[in-house]
Design a protein around this ligand. Structure first.
Ligand code: ATP
Ligand code: MG
Length: 378
């Protein structure tokens, strides 16, 4: 397809992994995710170190690109031939009728052309002399960036920051313990940001799975799916655990966490997912003291990733607001954790965990709970 004269979105990949061995795999994953996010209406063209997206609906495409992991930045650019004359003409067209102070930035990734980036800046500056636009490298209100490759020049006045991270799917699948709270949806977002395809597990306090599926948990998975449309969600009843938990006393909350991690490990193995993510932050609440974290995860072979472990509640809330999950998270919800013991033990030992796990028959309860699961898949 002829690109010259067209306005297209130019998508820049994350810089770091670009140099890695898996470059091809990342770019195909980004292509695939981009195609799904933008629908049939867009045409995606591979241009060596970037992608061009040709679209009829700029607003929708801009929104989709802003929700995709694996993009460092994107811009709306007009494409011209990589010649001084064509670049100059395109810049004149783009600036026609505009007023203000303009910074011009030019960059050549192909060095064999008979002119350099300073020639481009000079040529555009000359061509706008006497118009309402004044070249001004520092104090400027507009910025025209000109990026020149072997076959194209891309001129843009509008740039947008991407989400960064890796395209979803490039890190395989991950199991994510999802509650109705503020933190775990944020942890899920970070898991996707590192390329993980989400498999959610939610342990609910309803008597029927369908009630849990109709709850705000689905609203949260819907919001998260605006960053990647596919997920699996396991809805699991907590009543088998609740009955056995009478034996746990003040250790009930830690045992509940342990139980969730056991469920997560079983599901992760069945789904060939190598990682488990949770929304814990060190020391934030009773079940998240260092000794309880150790006890809860005792014997678990898969890595438990806690992307929020070093974040304050304030920081987590600000991410939750930005990604759109916060307003659903604060809607009152009967979470299994909140109906457990009011004065939980903050230093449960591994020995206690082992003893209580055996007394409660935790492994058997986990199998029964998994048999009673309902899975939603998109
Ligand atoms: P959140 O805001 O994510 O609920 P929290 O601050 O309430 O976290 P905890 O209640 O200790 O902290 O939960 C810690 C983690 O355990 C959660 O972030 C989540 O990953 C997991 N978790 C809690 N409740 C559930 C649940 N009902 N189903 C599945 N996972 C859960
Ligand atoms: Mg919670």
């Amino acid at each position: 397809m002829e690109l010259y004269g067209r306005d297209v979105f130019i998508v820049h990949f994350g810089e770091l992994w670009l140099r890695g061995r898996n470059r091809g795999e990342y770019i195909s994953a980004l292509n695939r995710n981009l195609r799904e996010a933008t629908g049939d209406k867009c045409l995606i063209i591979n241009l060596r170190d970037r992608l061009a997206v040709v679209t009829d609906d700029k607003d929708k495409t801009r929104e989709s690109l802003g929700h995709l992991f694996g993009i460092s930045k994107f811009e709306l650019a007009r494409v011209s031939k990589p010649s001084l004359q064509a670049i100059r003409k395109t810049a004149e067209e783009m600036l026609l009728g505009k007023t203000g102070r303009l910074r011009i930035d030019a960059h050549r990734s192909y060095k064999e052309l008979p002119f350099d980036s300073m020639d481009v800046v000079r040529c555009i500056a000359e061509s706008i002399e006497g118009t309402g636009v004044t070249p001004s490298p520092r104090d400027h209100s507009m910025e025209l960036s000109v990026s020149i490759t072997k076959d194209h020049a891309f001129l843009s006045l509008e740039r947008f920051k991407g989400l960064g991270g890796l395209p979803v799917g490039t890190s395989g699948k991950s199991v994510i313990l999802l509650s109705g709270g503020i933190d775990s949806p944020v942890a899920a977002w970070y898991a996707m940001k590192r390329g993980a395809e989400p498999i959610y597990i939610h342990l609910h306090a309803y008597s029927d799975n369908d009630e849990a599926i109709a709850s705000k948990i689905s609203d949260i998975t819907d919001i998260l799916s605006s960053y990647y449309p596919h997920f699996k969600a396991y809805y699991l009843p907590s009543h088998f655990f609740q009955l056995a938990a009478l034996k746990a006393g003040r250790h009930e909350l830690v045992m509940l966490k342990r139980f969730m991690i056991m469920l997560a490990e079983k599901i992760a193995n069945a789904e060939s997912a190598p990682l488990i993510f949770t929304g814990e932050s060190i020391g934030q609440v009773a079940s998240q003291t260092p000794s309880n974290l150790l006890a809860e995860g005792y014997g678990v072979k898969l890595p438990i990733i806690r992307p929020l472990s070093g974040m304050d509640k304030e920081e987590i809330i600000s991410v939750a607001k930005r990604i759109g999950t916060y307003e659903h998270s604060i809607i009152p919800y009967k979470d299994v954790c909140s109906i457990n013991s009011k004065n939980p033990h903050t230093r449960t030992s591994v020995d206690t965990i082992k003893k209580l796990s055996a007394e409660m028959g935790l492994s058997r309860i986990a199998s029964r709970t998994l048999k009673a699961a309902k899975v939603v898949e998109r």
